[in-house]
Design a protein around this ligand. Sequence first.
Ligand code: DAH
Length: 394
Amino acid sequence: MDDRTEMIELEEIPAELRGVLDQVLNLGVTEEQFHLTRRSILDSIVTSELLGDLDAVRIAALGKSGVISQWLKLIGTLPPENRAPVSARFNRVRDEVQRALEKRKVELERAALDARLAGETLDMTLPADVPPTGTIHPVSQVMDELAEIFADLGFAVATGPEIEDDWYNFTALNIPETHPARAMHDTFYLAGEHEKPMVLRTHTSPVQIRAMQAAGGDKPVRIIAPGRTYRSDSDATHTPMFHQVEGLVIDKGITLGHLKWTLETFLKAFFERDDIVLRLRPSYFPFTEPSAEVDVGFSIVNGKRVIGGSGGGNGGGWMEVLGSGMVHRSVIEAGGYDPNEWQGFAFGCGIDRLAMLKYGMDDLRAFFDGDVRWLKHYGFSGLDVPTLSGGVGA
Ligand code: DAH
């Protein structure tokens, strides 16, 4: 016997049953055929190299019209008293074939797996593919920096809708219907019939009113409100959509001194320089009284303007960075506070301009072109979260 075929010992057919095989023989299976077939099936099993071939052998042997199935069917044609020994013999062969099939199947599956694993060996020395990651837009970065700086001063971040009604955007801010300041704002009005005229907010100042209303008229308010603003304006330094941050403090006994200290602290933290100098220039805004425009000093370093130091001398000068003032009593009233009891200061500042000054871009329009090359160059890593301790500048 070939040692690869593990044929079981079949009992000798007892003498009295010889006739049975003859009968089987008469039905088409000789003793010799029986042995040869069994042998050939088992050989085919162990020599199968592919799972598909093995399955073909299974079907040829045990399938509906397979050889062994055919034999088993012949049993029914024997006289009943002779069926048992013959069927026991055929069944043993069937079981034997089944076991051999199972064993070979496991072997072939393992070999296939081994081959696949050998083929798929990883080369750990190859440089890894770096998945492309986006960058944080400078505007988002600056917004995060502002939130971080003002959180440290006890300010919460407030938001408001970009589609405002005319009352929040103008009237409540002491800009009545006929006021010339409305014309200054080049406002986008929404088409259609509305209860009140609807606008794309021209500044973040309406969030002042919303924040006061939300606070309920009896508690201090300390918020910044960064967000998108819209004006019908377009050139190298103006885009129809831009970003502002509003600041508002409402409390008792608030003075211009608090405003100045807050702005100085903010700008020093933002530009990460202690030599920031401020100049408050008297100005006019309908929602503040008195009002001041705030300039920050710049120096000239290697022929370039750098925020910090100078202001007046050594070729340096002043750059306007924000508008501010003491909140007008009508605005305090519109927000639901009693202006005889509560005072406050407010400021508004262009975020895009802050970003340009700090990070050295010179064309505002590039901010909104969505050019990935620009974003790769000026963008920030998502892991560089601004923190006061780690540096808000990322
Ligand atoms: N809302 C003003 C603008 O868009 C900016 C501004 C000025 C906001 C003075 C203020 C402020 O809160 O006090 O031009």
